[in-house]
Design a protein. Structure first.
Lengths: 416, 416
């Protein structure tokens, strides 16, 4: 007879449009598993374990399916880093909770910080001889995780950005007026999302004329001369800028500008696009439009990519599969098998290869001028925004679901 | 035998997500009309007539159907006001063009300025004895046209705003942190779009806690005390502000603030939400998130309301119907027949009742505190965001169509 264990899954870091699909995938595999009895969601990431705030997902089975089409982290989130020192009380507490609730499987759904948490817990478990299988489940709109072809969450954010940029292009072409449209896109450290904007096609050509990534040091002077040059060729220009562009010294460009402005007692708000709008209006064109979708780009489940939703679901599902087979200390990663047709599989990569690392947008995919991306990059990204999903509606709006924050009875004292 | 005439349709004013559906509706009716030979689109509104820049829509028949799912004005747009004095050379020129091209039907698709153009042309035609049928076709995301229950374009913008706000709410509820989300919504003179945000429902309650409209004079002091009060009840607060809020003197609130800031040589960018973010962060909460979708809210065809798309199509279709019956000098308006189920018809209203007028958000639909709307308002708006449309896709993105700007041969000299 199989010895039954319980499982905990948590979400951590910034939300995405498909992160809940990973929890649903994991849940669907777990409910079928002979070796798993209760399936708990830890509320607010690892804090949910520390605080012993666990949600019994099977008790909300009817909500679980709908979570596939629900943005943001249904289990809540946190940004909480575990200490490097295994003597830290957090470890003792976490494993007390695991033990108290007979937890034999732990899944952490997040980005590279989250993979650090998963890795540390796996190491601690192995050192202390606690029998638990720990697998990381990737997510991030930034697409900057090592060891995986792409990250669930990226394709949907990219699809939203491209849909928005395409629609903005139609808006701009309405008037026969010299116009610059400046779109600011998320990505503090890597330019994947900004780069993805080259997928939007208007009249056979990519919408963006210039793309600025954090991977290329940003110079305002060079920027102005490149825009001036392009503006000679076209009346209506589209520029995409990553929020995280940095100067030659590696400082955030906006932070640098904000310092300059400090003498006026003025706090610079609203991101790099508003600053550049000012610069462009003063130097190049009176009509500069800005779009900065902000948090909307990471939670636009109404605009989800079918491929991305699939990937999110299956990394969750297969993570549980792999854990049931006895694996621990890995992340369930996407392995691309072919480009046309796009085929992929879920494979394990050791958490050490992912934790705390960043996958920058590759230098070889950036043109020599530093202001655009290559066709190889476009071919890589194309399949990730494809496939659409008809999500359920309610009164004209997406029918999103909410998991009740009802915790199972405590077995330990309160934390701290 | 019916004497065949040609028809011109133009679009004017700001784009919407469904404005092209009206052109397609008109086109579909016109191609079936015995009395109509050629169907021309005037390029860039009335300027297309003045400049004799006319597009033969039948030559691009294969594009026309796809325009139903294409944002922004496929025929281009303008903001060009005709003189009040009928002796102005524009009138002579316009009717020379009409005559040269045997135009017997003219349709102008736009907002209240556009209805002014249509009205003047109709009057001029009647005074000068030129036989032409002129009908206005309404559109505006602002929903501020008189004589019509609602305006095609509004429902889709409202659906986009509500979808975005709902998704932003899911994003904010991820973290258990005190947060204020401030959403800025279009509407320089009327608060319909800001008001519509009350349709977004999270956990059984409308997402917005406070809504500020241009119809209610805005006081920063009152605003702060209302936010403070609400913030005692809830950890996460949602505030929707119309871009056009005005002070007690009727001045745009932002313009007033910008003047105050002028002494620092600083140009205030980015709308009222960034200003209020600053105010809230200084006075109430450190974590204030801003979303300002800007032009995206008026061109989000990917998020179109089925009801709105239908209305846009049929006001176009029926406008041609009514013209063929011999009517001129009217706008094709939406008449609401019932609320549940939502039923409506297209009726004529005289252009004088619409031109240059604005329909403000009704005072009786605003709560006494001036910071929210009533249930009657919600019942009015509900049906307008309902119904979804599966628009065609191409490589993962909406398949939008572009009308070629190929003009028919000139018959007159150049304009001016």
């Amino acid at each position: 007879m199989v010895q039954k264990k319980n499982m905990i899954i948590c979400q951590s870091g910034g939300p995405t449009a498909v992160i809940n699909a990973s929890v649903v995938g994991a849940y669907h595999r777990a409910v079928k598993a002979e070796g798993i009895e209760h399936i708990y969601g830890g509320y607010n990431g690892i804090l949910g374990v520390l605080k012993e705030e666990l949600i019994d997902l099977q008790k909300q089975d009817s909500v679980m399916d709908g979570l596939q089409f629900t943005p943001s982290s249904a289990l809540g989130s946190c940004r909480y880093k575990l200490a490097s020192d295994f003597n830290h009380e957090d470890y003792r507490r976490i494993f007390q909770v695991f033990e108290a609730h007979n937890v034999g499987y732990f899944f952490y759904n997040g980005g590279n910080d989250s993979m650090d948490t998963a890795m540390k817990l796996d190491k601690y478990a192995k050192e202390s001889g606690y029998d638990i299988k720990i697998i990381g489940i990737p997510k991030t709109i930034d697409n900057d995780l090592q060891g995986t072809d792409n990250c669930p969450g990226f394709g949907s954010a990219a699809r939203y950005i491209n849909t928005s940029l395409l629609e903005a292009a139609f808006d701009c072409y309405t008037y026969s007026l010299k116009t610059i449209l400046l779109m600011e896109v998320m990505g503090r450290h890597s330019g994947w999302l900004a780069a993805s904007s080259a997928l939007a096609i208007y009249n056979g050509e990519p919408v963006p004329d210039l793309i600025y990534l954090p991977e290329v040091p940003f110079s305002q002077e060079k920027f102005l001369s490149q825009v001036k040059e392009k503006f000679k060729e076209k009346e209506i220009l589209f520029i995409v800028v990553s929020e995280g562009i940095t100067d030659e010294q590696g400082e955030f460009f906006l932070a640098e500008q904000a310092q300059k402005n400090d003498q006026f007692g003025h706090k610079r708000l609203g991101g790099v696009s508003l600053y550049l709008q000012d610069v462009l209006e003063e130097n190049i064109c009176k009509r500069v439009k800005v779009i900065n979708p902000g948090i909307l780009q990471r939670c636009a489940t109404h605009c989800v990519s079918g491929t991305d939703l699939d990937e999110a679901y299956w990394v969750g599902y297969r993570a549980v599969d792999y854990a049931l087979q006895g694996n621990s200390g890995f992340m369930a990663a996407i392995k691309r098998l072919s480009n046309q047709p796009y085929q992929w599989d879920v494979r394990l990569v050791p958490l050490e290869q992912v934790a705390n690392k960043e996958k920058k947008f590759p230098t070889e995919w950036i043109v020599p001028e530093g202001n655009y991306i290559t066709q190889d990059a476009i071919e890589y990204m194309k399949p990730l925004i494809e496939g659409s999903v008809i999500a359920p509606l309610w009164k004209g709006l997406p029918r999103y679901n909410i998991l009740k924050r009802e915790f199972i009875p405590r077995k330990l004292n309160s934390w701290k």
